[in-house]
Write a protein that binds this ligand. Structure first.
Ligand SMILES: Cc1cc2nc3c(=O)[nH]c(=O)nc-3n(C[C@H](O)[C@H](O)[C@H](O)COP(=O)(O)OP(=O)(O)OC[C@H]3O[C@@H](n4cnc5c(N)ncnc54)[C@H](O)[C@@H]3O)c2cc1C
Length: 469
């Protein structure tokens, strides 16, 4: 009802503004260039007037994953008077990365001290547990072992431990082989980091809970709204940005936040933002322990990551439903949202293969990449990797499981962009000045979501709301 009223009054206001256009008629006797530009803008106006405008908002958030939903929720709860809408192209929230991940609540051990990831992950961990308790969202604090199985890994483990200390990871301990066996009776290793505060949760459920809070605070969520472009609203100075969707859907807004995950670079380019970082999709495939073997894994068991690669490595993760996932590996996805080998989008694949950054990265990591493809094709190869930790597991104890696609950000030189990245007000034109893009929110983005949301809300308050634009 409220939405209908806003739309109607906006239509009235626009009709009024439209009437004032008659004043311009006298200018038609001016130069042909001027007349042509007037004709174009009137065509543009009639296009905008014919679109299916769904409402007018103070802020539109593009992307109903965990980062977009957490941010919309935070801003709406801080400013109840603001009209905020979330636009999601799928029929469900958390349809991509936020609903296809390992489900781990990370404790912040891995990340470079001083980085956004280091700060926001630890903060996000504390905020998450408080939130889950308040909302009665089921989770398990089942802990995590990062296990070194040889001397080189022990050396790396010590560096990791120092990082964890620098990042204020709560309750982290170094443990020896006997303690590893106590915590995980089937696991073996020389030394490990034990993080009892690491946990598991269903991040899709958490996203839904953020969305419920948002809706209860009068936020609007539009699903099946695929944003195709952002344009200046020609006849409406109060809501100067028109967000255009498929099928001529549109909303008008004062400001925009994009949290597009795998599509984040495409959304940023729409407002003239710089090209870098570009997104290359990497599929992560999981194996499942067969039912009778789930007792072999109690908590998360991770390898010591190889610092040459961006991924944490294949790990064991218990799930909230009692199953145990092993993975993920990392193979190039043949579509941005390509969850299987046969899911190919020729246009997107071509874009990846022509991406200078990707070609440089591919030449650097060719051996690693081929190894991952081999493991994807051949289960025993993947099992061999995890037998380092749990030697009793055989290829008969696992079956193929689900997969997720990571949005891997790359710079122009093919370097993997590790930290969270946000671009604000970049690009030419008046629309660009009103947009904040979340360009890179990889793991531990879900764990960090409440902390990222606070940071984004602060930024939006300082740059948009206080500026009184
Ligand atoms: C395999 C894997 C394992 C992971 N494991 C963990 C973990 O254990 N713990 C952890 O903390 N993190 C983990 N992560 C990272 C975490 O999942 C992400 O950091 C987080 O989900 C990012 O959220 P997002 O909202 O930015 O992106 P997404 O969840 O991808 O959401 C982006 C949304 O934007 C929508 N969208 C895109 N373009 C448009 C458009 N044009 N119009 C409208 N809507 C649009 C998409 O449909 C999508 O719903 C993992 C990620 C992967 C892939």
């Amino acid at each position: 009802m409220a939405l209908a009223t806003v739309t109607e009054s906006a239509a009235l206001r626009e009709r009024k503004t439209g009437n004032t256009q008659h004043n311009f008629k006298k200018y038609l006797f001016l130069s042909p260039e001027f007349r042509r530009s007037r004709r174009l803008s009137s065509l543009k106006r009639s296009f905008f007037d014919s679109t299916n405008v769904r409402g007018q908002y103070d802020l539109v958030v593009v992307g109903g994953g965990i980062v977009g939903m957490a941010s919309a929720r935070e801003i709406q709860l801080r400013h109840r008077n603001l009209k905020i809408a979330v636009l999601e192209k799928e029929n469900w929230l958390a349809y991509h990365q936020s609903g296809h991940n390992s489900g781990v609540i990370h404790a912040g051990i891995y990340y470079k001290p001083g980085s956004l990831k280091a700060k926001l992950c630890v903060e996000g961990l504390h905020l998450s547990y408080k939130y889950f308790d308040r909302k009665r969202i089921p989770y398990k604090k089942c802990g995590k072992l990062i296990v070194a199985t040889n001397e080189l890994e022990v050396e790396r483990l010590m560096d990791l431990y120092k990082r964890g200390l620098a990042n204020n990871v709560p309750d982290m301990q170094l443990v020896d082989a006997d303690r590893i066996a106590e915590i995980e009776p089937y696991c073996q290793g020389l030394k490990a980091i034990w993080s009892p505060q690491t946990g598991i949760v269903d991040w899709a459920l958490v996203t839904e809970s953020y969305a419920n809070d948002f809706r209860l605070a009068d936020g609007h969520v539009y699903r099946n709204f695929h944003v195709k472009n952002f344009k200046e609203t020609p006849t409406n100075a109060e809501y100067p940005v028109t967000v255009l969707g498929k099928s001529e859907k549109a909303v008008r807004t004062k400001f925009v936040l994009t949290c597009g995950g795998l599509q984040s670079d495409k959304l940023a380019r729409l407002t003239g933002c710089q090209k870098s970082p570009t997104i290359v999709p990497f599929r992560g495939e999981y194996l499942l322990l067969v039912k009778g073997k789930n007792h072999m894994v109690k908590g998360n068991i991770y390898p010591v990551p190889d610092p040459r690669f961006p991924f944490l490595g294949v790990h064991f993760t218990p799930r909230m439903d009692g199953s145990v996932w092993i993975g993920p590996n990392a193979v190039l996805a043949l579509a941005r949202e390509g969850y299987k080998w046969n899911h190919v989008n020729p246009m997107e694949l071509m874009q990846t293969l022509c991406n200078r950054g990707f070609l440089r990265m591919a030449s650097k990591y060719i051996g690693f990449g081929l190894g991952e493809i081999a493991k994807s094709a051949c289960i025993p190869l993947q099992v061999k990797e995890v037998q380092k930790f749990i030697p009793d597991i055989t290829e008969f104890d696992v079956e193929r499981g689900p997969s997720g696609v990571r949005a891997q950000a790359l710079d122009d030189d093919g370097n993997l962009v590790d930290d969270f990245v946000f671009h604000f007000g970049e690009g030419n034109g008046s629309v660009a000045k009103r947009v904040l893009h979340c360009r890179n929110a990889p793991s531990p983005g879900a764990t960090s979501s409440l902390a990222i949301a606070k940071m984004i809300a602060d930024k939006i308050e300082n740059e948009f709301l206080k500026s009184g634009k």
